[in-house]
Write a protein that binds this ligand. Sequence first.
Ligand code: ADP
Length: 266
Amino acid sequence: MSALSQEAQSALPFYRPIAHECSLFEMAHAKGLPLLLKGPTGCGKTRFVEHMAARVGRSLYTVACHDDLSAADLIGRYLLRGGATEWIDGPLTRAVREGAICYLDEVIEARKDVTVVLHPLTDNRRTLMIDRTGEELVAPPGFMLVASYNPGYQNILKRLKPSTRQRFLSITFGFPDPATETAVVVRESGLDEGRVAPLVRLAGHIRLLSGMDLEEGVSTRLLIYAATLIAGGMPIERALQAAVVEPLTDEPEVAQALRDVIASVY
Ligand code: ADP
């Protein structure tokens, strides 16, 4: 990780590094290589990209992908304006033109035609084809494509194809270690460390249940929500019901199992 002055560091969106992800991002950006972030929801992927974009001094275009998102949503389209048609760039095209960073969150959710667009951008051509206007944009230095996906959802139809995966450098994000997670939750919620520590312990217990009764363990984001409610004066039990139990399950038996885990920690 390159050394940043404390002043420069504090002006950036707060991100606490877990391993060597910052230096990997910096080098990928410098060399024009695309990067894929793998990991569960709410573990800090988006915050990491926001932090790194600011750190390398580039604008960031974030697109939350969904199953209706098409190539045109990323590239752009002709719109009718005052009787005339006008071409409007989509976020990917803007990022390519400006040499900015484009972050496709949950890229796997997007429609298939999106992958076709990404291929020539993620190899040495670094080219975006805009069929509708006939343009072929070559990405300038500074442009970087970052994508994320959550391999935890075991949906065979929604695996990223090897031909796409093998175009990206990749890094796995997990939940932070307890000391890091405690520091993050304290910083984001304002709750004191003494009251954050049991929350992080609780998360450790709940994450052991994931895969069995739970699709996924409790995220750092939910811990921050719980800590925020507690810092606001809500009784712990109520805060955990709203920020942990209810978001994790709809099943009454699983909810009871979670309350039992909570009771064993508190
Ligand atoms: P993801 O994109 O993986 O779904 P986010 O980046 O939105 O998750 O993370 C959720 C929240 O967790 C963020 O708003 C941030 O407050 C916090 N967070 C998680 N990990 C970190 C970290 N390493 N440093 C700083 N904040 C973090």
